[in-house]
Design a protein. Sequence first.
Length: 138
Amino acid sequence: MPCYILRAGDTEMVKIGWADENVEARRLFLQTAHWLDLTTIRVLDGDRWVENAMHKAFARNRVRREWFVFHPDMLTHVPDGPAPRPKLVAADLVSWAKDICPHRWPCNCNSNSNPITDAQLDELLWRTRPAAAIGKDA
C-alpha cells in the first residue's frame, strides 16, 4: 500500500494519503471531487503507519484533515517507523483477534476459518499498534 502526496493545481496545497495498490487510480478517484487538477508529486512505500508518520512530521503545515501547505522537506522526508507489514492471512490472526477484540469478533466459532476482510485487519492492526511504531506522540 503506497503513500502519496498530491498537489492541488498550482497552489501550495497538498494531500498526504495512502492507496490500496494504485496511486494513479486513487488520484483519479479524488479528482472527481476536486475542482483543481491533482498531480502526484511523491510516492512512498508504506501503509497507514507511514501516512500517519508523515501527518505528524508536517503537523504544523496541516490545514484540514489530510490537506497541508507544501513544505520542500515533504519531497525527501523518510518517516521513522515500522517496515511495511507483510501480507497476513486471516487464519494467522483468528485467535489473536479474539483476544484483542472479543466483543466484535464472531467468538462462538473455534475454527480458524473465520473470514476477516482487509478493512477489519487494517482496523485491528491500527488500533493495536505500539505507540513507538509511529512516533513519540502516538
